[in-house]
Design a protein around this ligand. Structure first.
Ligand code: BG6
Length: 489
């Protein structure tokens, strides 16, 4: 084995960045687009980041207000960063960065404004055609998420979201429509973003409104089951449309460490990890892991399934596993002994060994290597880090520069750990830094929680020129990509 080869990333490693339509595009009612779940989320200006669930929580009342609110004012995800009109300028910057791949999502409600429409919206389809053409000008491969918190609102209001089995057919039609239309422009697909969100934040992940159901946990797992089935159907259909497609699942990997060596804490961490990994077990191994039977019984969850479901899941597993990684969490049977901090999707007790971000997320680069090794050991499928990044406030200096050394430090440390995992023998397809360009935060709807290496001039209330500026991290990431990860200084 040549040592040189072993110190750099594999040839063809897919470097890039990632965004979601609902956090970037804006133009929430342009060219026939229908309202989506993301359009219901107002900016609360709440600052308790340890309670992300509350920040993201949408009730029937929130929806009623959102449906009556006709403008984008106070609803940042409705205006985003105007990527809808500026994508050419932004993709040119991605080209300059040297991106090999750009992960984005198709906003389902641009294609089927009500979800159950007989025909797709041509203007919506054309928009993504134009975007993919633009990416190919710079040799950037699209990595498309079919569903990233953007379910058409009509499917929530008229069907109850993903807990209704009827939604599967609408999703399948949507997937077939876009996979057929873009079969020569897109190779890499993800069926659902962070599919585990459905059981953590059921409205965001599954369009399930908590106050409309009796047993929210049961409704969430039912919605999740329908998503698993839909994902398998889309995977099967995709392979028929173009056998060259590479179709993956996507998990918010929340690794849990035990708080202590007390076997009860260790067991709790194991349970928490199993509950997180069960999603990937279904999508990559093709069936529910045995421990879920007990979990469902203990939590009074009775899933309604259909006879063909088991076979469908088994026969249509994914080609690769993608995941987001931001932080690690702590499991304990005595949480009252510890302080609480924020986290990706939910809060956790503090790990005394780790520093936290301004939003309370624990910084744990080594955790990324652990996750990569663990996922590869478990599934032996190629892995793709499709989200990783630092949400931080940036300051524009008098000379116009943005000296975001903290972001460089974050990216360097995490990419170094990916490199270590590659050296450990893990097959990693690529790395897409979350944000790439500043967008609206998923959890807090703030603009000031910035992830990008490209700065966007806009504040939390939507004021600003929307001008784009290269941060110091832009040049760092450009160099890292150009050297295929060899130069991380
Ligand atoms: C992931 C989501 O959970 O984390 C993204 O897939 C999101 O949509 C990202 O933006 C970062 O979270 P936040 O809340 O800081 O934007």
């Amino acid at each position: 084995m040549g040592d040189d080869k072993m110190t750099t990333f594999p040839h063809g490693f897919l470097w890039g960045g990632a965004i979601a339509a609902n956090q970037a595009e804006g133009a929430f009612d342009a060219d026939g687009k229908g309202l989506s779940t993301a359009d219901m989320v107002p900016y609360y200006k709440k600052k308790d980041y340890t309670n992300l669930k509350e920040l993201m929580h949408v009730t029937s009342e929130t929806i009623e207000r959102g449906m009556q609110h006709a403008s984008a004012e106070g609803y940042p995800k409705r205006y985003g960063i105007d990527f809808y009109h500026r994508f050419k300028e932004d993709i040119a910057l991605f080209g300059e960065l040297g991106f090999k791949v750009f992960r984005m999502s198709i906003n389902w409600s641009r294609i089927f404004p009500n979800g159950d429409d007989a025909e797709p919206n041509e203007k919506g389809l054309q928009f993504y055609d134009d975007m993919f053409d633009e990416m190919h000008k710079y040799d950037i491969e699209p990595l498309v998420t079919l569903s990233h918190y953007e379910m058409p609102m009509s499917l929530v209001l008229n069907y109850g979201g993903w807990r209704n089995r009827a939604v599967i057919a609408f999703y399948e039609k949507y997937a077939e429509t876009v996979m057929t239309r873009y079969k020569d422009k897109v190779k890499y697909w993800l069926t659902f973003n962070e599919i585990n969100t459905t059981v953590i934040e059921p409205f965001t992940g599954g369009g399930v409104v908590e106050d409309t159901v009796d047993n929210i946990r049961e409704a969430s797992y039912q919605a999740l089951h329908h998503q698993f089935v839909a994902s398998s159907l889309a995977t099967r259909k995709g392979r028929e449309i173009n056998p060259e497609f590479r179709i993956g699942c996507m998990l918010a990997r929340m690794i849990h460490y035990p708080a202590t060596s007390d076997p009860e804490d260790v067991l709790q961490a194991q349970i928490d990890n199993q509950l997180n990994l069960m999603h990937t077990d279904v999508q990559a191994r093709g069936s529910y892991p045995p421990f879920m039977k007990r979990y469902f019984a203990d939590n009074h969850i009775q899933l309604v399934t259909e006879p063909g479901d088991e076979l469908l899941l088994r026969e249509n597993t994914v080609d690769f596993i993608s995941f987001s990684y931001y932080t690690s969490l702590i499991s304990t049977v005595t949480p009252e002994k510890y302080g609480v901090t924020g986290g990706n999707l939910f809060s956790t007790v503090k790990n005394p060994n780790l520093k936290i971000t301004e939003w309370g997320w624990q910084l744990d680069p080594v955790g990324l290597r652990i996750v990569l090794k663990e996922l590869y050991d478990r599934y032996q499928l190629p892995l793709f880090v499709v989200e990783n990044g630092l949400g931080a406030k940036d300051k524009v200096e008098e000379d116009g520069s943005i000296q975001d050394d903290y972001r460089i430090d974050y990216l360097r440390k995490h990419i170094t750990q990916v490199k270590e995992a590659v050296l450990d023998g893990v097959e990693v397809m690529g790395y897409t830094a979350w944000g790439a360009i500043d967008i609206i935060s998923a959890s807090t709807s703030e603009m000031s929680k910035r992830y990008g290496v490209i700065y966007v001039d806009q504040d939390d209330d939507g004021n600003g020129t929307l001008d784009r500026k290269k941060k110091k991290s832009f040049y760092w990431y450009q160099k890292a990509i150009a050297s295929n990860g060899a130069d991380l200084e």
